[in-house]
Write a protein that binds this ligand. Structure first.
Ligand SMILES: [Zn+2]
Length: 251
């Protein structure tokens, strides 16, 4: 049976002398793995199609219960070429696709997540848009779509509002207020301003959160919070390769 899908390339792996195994996140079927035979030969028309972050349309032969489907043909929808002119933006886009690859299940469609992925790559490739905010918006909404929305309004123990900020312990995804938190643990303190920024990112439309007013220390805490929270819920995110490059950029 022949199938058609609209997808973003998440990952590619060389296979044999001229083939590639491609992991896609598709609008119609969620994560999808294709084998594309002969695409690394110089005569192949599909050579440039399979860079991670590319938005493409593919036609493939579908076989039920097969781990790998056979690629037939494809075309580029959007290359997000703006990413290639800026190392920071390209790094963030690589983190985006790697994080999606590690957090979704095979063949589970989630059109809202697909749209979030496309919107994010579009924003990251547009120099007019601040890249960190575009990234945070993606990360926070990905967590929400996966069912792990961070709860930043109340203390997880006494339920009081976190008016004076809260602490997040290592290996924990719960915020605790100043009264309830046991000092001495290896935890991070997240100020009320950062908690409010996270809340806004989750609840307000993109246009309203585009420019946060956080200082550099607060921005670093926000990064730290998002990743600690993610490591707790999405275990496989801990070994992400692109994260090492990201850490060099933001530490
Ligand atoms: Zn408390």
């Amino acid at each position: 049976m022949i199938e058609k899908a609209e997808a973003v390339v998440l990952k590619t792996l060389n296979h044999g002398d001229t083939s590639k195994i491609i992991t896609l996140y598709s609008k119609e079927f969620g994560r999808l793995k294709l084998i594309a035979k002969g695409v690394r030969s110089p005569r192949s028309k599909s050579m440039g199609l399979f860079q991670p972050t590319r938005h493409i349309q593919v036609i493939y032969y579908f076989k039920a219960n097969a781990g790998l489907q056979m690629f037939k043909s494809g075309e580029l929808v959007n290359g997000f070429f703006g990413l290639e002119e800026d190392f920071d933006r390209l790094t963030l886009a690589q983190v985006v696709v790697e994080l999606v690859d590690r957090s979704v299940e095979d063949e589970e469609r989630h059109p809202k997540l697909f749209q979030l992925l496309l919107d994010t790559l579009e924003r990251l490739s547009n120099k007019e848009i601040t890249s960190a905010e575009a990234y945070w918006f993606f990360h926070a909404h990905l967590l929400r779509e996966l069912g792990f929305r961070p709860h930043v309004a109340h203390c997880s123990i006494c339920r009081d509002p976190l008016k004076n900020g809260g602490s997040l312990g290592i290996g924990s995804a719960h915020l605790e207020c100043v009264k309830c938190h046991q000092p001495g643990q290896d935890s991070i303190f997240v100020s009320d301003r950062v908690l409010l920024a996270i809340q806004n990112i989750l609840d307000k439309p993109w246009v309203e959160i585009e420019k946060t007013s956080l200082n550099s220390r607060e921005r670093r805490t926000l990064w730290d919070f998002l990743w600690r929270f993610t490591f707790h819920h999405v275990e496989s995110s801990r070994g992400m390769k692109s994260l090492k490059v990201l850490k060099q950029l933001y530490d």
